[in-house]
Ligand binder design. Sequence first.
Ligand code: SAH
Length: 220
Amino acid sequence: MNIELQGIGMTSQRTRARLIVRLSEMGIISEDVLSVIMNTPRHIFVDEALASRAYENTALPIGYNQTISQPYIVARMVEVLLAGGHLKNVLEIGTGCGYQTAILAQLADHIYSIERIDALLKKARQKLRLLKCKNVRVKYGDGNKGWSQYAPFDGIIVSAAPVGVPETLLNQLAINGRLVIPVGMVGQQQLLLITRTEDGFDEERLDMVSFVPMLEGIVG
Ligand code: SAH
């Protein structure tokens, strides 16, 4: 493997293994999720100056007032998303640096990801290319609108918090499809799992979380 991707010192396999131990101590049980996190180079998604902290279980700045999500949160959300069984097509809102997108790409058949900050999306595209994530399609746009061309989705995962669940995303969920989304104002957000049934939606309340807000419109 390319040395940049493999990592050395603070980005080495040994450092990553410590993160995996931490995630399992915190309750992540999916072997698939843990092994994909172990094998995905998080350090290439952050600035070089932060690379030595890439395998700490913390969110880190990625510019434009945004952050790469905490590994535990990525693991938790992806585990919840996958708990309903194999996923053919997944919609991700908030590509950010593309880290979670790369994780999803290894666990589901097709990933469609939307980001509203063009500069972030451009960088994410490069990283996803470097990692040869060929089953990912990204789009510059407002995630509140979903991506009707590829709907319905059997999984939707949202990485920024709206104040309420966007109706459009509910409509783009397949029957038995699962939507994992943080909802609420800063300081009082809750992670929700919403499952579409034959005649409506079931809602399960999960952890209290802290995400950047989901905003309207796009930033060029
Ligand atoms: N999973 C990403 C999280 C990035 S932070 C990562 O680990 O890098 C959340 C991202 O959601 C930010 O990049 C922000 O620009 C984006 N975002 C916020 N509102 C959005 C919207 N309406 N549509 C698309 N992306 C949005």
